[in-house]
Design a protein around this ligand. Sequence first.
Ligand code: SAM
Length: 343
Amino acid sequence: MVVVVYRYGHRIERDKRITTHVALSARAFGADGIVIDREDKKIEENVRKVVDRFGGDFFIESGVGWEKYFKEWKGKIIHLTMYGEKIEDVIDEIRKNKDVLIVVGAEKVPPEFYEIADYNVAIGNQPHSEVASLAIFLHFLNEGEWMKKDFDGVLKILPARKGKNVVYDYAKMLEKEGCSKEVIKHCIKVRNLALEIAKKIKENGVKVDMEAVEAGSLLHDLGRAKTHGIMHIIEGVKIAKKYGLPKKITDIIKHHAGAGIDMEEAIKLGLPAENYNPITIEEMIVSHADNLTGNEYRKIEETAKIFEKKIGREAVKKLISIHEKLSEMAGIDINKIVEKMKD
Ligand code: SAM
């Protein structure tokens, strides 16, 4: 069954919140999409952002007049109104249909709606709200099946008695944003090495945020979904921000290129005038793990040769300095970790 909600009478300024809530409730409780009579790009954008992060393939369209849309609708039209028949008397019959268009109003709906609709359905005969009536109608329509739906999103909320428990599927984020298979494979390899380095450093008594290392290493090349040039670090930060990721992670993305980029160099490269050097321990680990990962893992000597050819002496100095710093913190030459990862 295809279930679409039609929102009538949307007033752009006055109804922006409630129409958004109608759309989000439609999505959460099992509808396939929403159509809004007046054009409102902002609502479209906000709802699509939720779909991007939380998953599913809910659609939203605005600026669609009701007359043509109703005429072309192949299934049944259900108008939710307090003047209608009791939901408990008609829902079994409605459920037998293939496609349903559920109409909810904002302002008073035109009298024709009561005639055009195949069913005028009341959720109790008291006045309340379009959000409440839609949610309860959908619950009856799919007999509570919405509770079992897996939206398969990049972001998932796990039920918690207290606090917030949000988990991200970073590999899915790379895929969804359009990173190639090769980029994803590389990010996973960098993640594996970065976590090994971080583990050794942690075992040696230095505080490391393992979750940030994992997220940052998986996402360091997120911006390659847009470009493989140096601007991929800026693009990566932009995308990560869209998902609401914290600064700690976006800074790992921002500071991962080469062995860091000074402001002077950044200006030459066309980046916004800032320093892009890895500062925190997590940033250094990810940047270095990336440098030690080509198609295969490589030791510092091999990476140094590549840096000398491609970037220059100064970059080699920075690279070796980070290698030594991390090796000291890990209490073991990072080359040894690389060697082990190669096996
Ligand atoms: N004043 C408007 C009218 O007379 O049509 C109703 C406005 S009401 C806040 C907005 C929408 O909520 C209605 O168009 C209807 O879809 C829905 N609604 C409110 N109470 C309802 C009820 N008891 N049963 C079904 N839908 C209801």
